[in-house]
Write a protein that binds this ligand. Sequence first.
Ligand SMILES: C[S@@+](CC[C@H](N)C(=O)[O-])C[C@H]1O[C@@H](n2cnc3c(N)ncnc32)[C@H](O)[C@@H]1O
Length: 273
Amino acid sequence: MAEQNIYDNEAFFEGYHKLRERDDNANVLFEMPALFSLLPELKGKNVLDLGCGFGEHCMHMAQAGACKVVGIDISEKMLQVARAENAAPNIVYYQMPMEDISRIEEYFDLVVSSLAFHYVEDFEGLIRDCHELLKPGGILVFSQEHPFSTCYGELSEGKETESEGLRGKLPITLHCPENRWTRNAEGEKLYLNLAGYGLEGERESKWFVEGVKKYHRTFSTILNTLTAAGFVVEKTIEPLPTPELLAAHPEQADLFHKPDFLVIRARKKGTEA
Ligand SMILES: C[S@@+](CC[C@H](N)C(=O)[O-])C[C@H]1O[C@@H](n2cnc3c(N)ncnc32)[C@H](O)[C@@H]1O
C-alpha cells in the first residue's frame, strides 16, 4: 500500500504548524523531554532521524555534538521549514519515505524517530531496516502515539472487511474520536472509552483534515517486533506530568488515565566500534 503524505496537504500542514508554534503543546511538555532523556552521548555520532519534520531534533542533536545528522521525511513542506530554520553544515535533509530507508548506504550510531512510526504500515520491515542501518551496539530511540491512542479511529464504511487486522468483521464498533472520553455533566473527563485495542491495523481519523491514516499496534507487538529483529529493549517511558507541570497545566492530569505517548530505547546487540 502506498504511504500517505498528509503533511503536504495544505490545510493539514497549516493546522499542524500552528499547533507546533504553541509553547504548551504536548511535544514540548512531554514527548521531547522523554525522547531526549533516552538519547545516548552524541559527541562524534552519526545520526539518522526518521520523519524529521521541521528538523528541530536534528538541530538539537547536531548542537549536542553529533558529527553528522541525516534527516529524512516524506513531506516536502516539512523539509522546506527544516532547511530554512534548522540548517547546519553537518545536517543533511532528504525527501524520502521511511519505507525506503534500506536504500541508504551508510551506517549509524543512532537512529531516532519522533512521532512518525505510527504512520508506517509495515512495522516489522521498518524495524528490520533500522537494525540493518545501525552499527553493532547502535541505539534506536523512538516515540509514537501510545497504543491506547492509536486503537481509536473512525473507520470509514467498508474498511472493516478490507483491513488485515479487522478481517472477519468482528462484532465491534470502534469509537469515533468524539467519543474518546466519558465525561461528567461539567464536561470533565472521567475515563477513557477503550475499544478495539486488540485489533491491529489501519485507523482513519480526523486531525485537521479527514482521512488521516495511522496504524495501531499493541504493546506486545511493538516490543516483540523489536526483540525479534535483534534489539534489546533498554527503557520505555509513558510520559506523565510532574507535580510542577501539573501546577502550571492542571488539565494535563488526564494523562494519568491515558498517556499520550510511548517512548522506547533499544540497542542493537554487539559491541560499539
Ligand atoms: C508528528 S510529525 C513529527 C515531526 C518531527 N519528528 C518532530 O517530532 O518534530 C510526523 C512526521 O513524520 C513524517 N512522516 C509521516 N509518514 C512518513 C513516512 N512514511 N516516511 C517519512 N516520513 C513520514 C511527516 O511528514 C511528519 O513530518
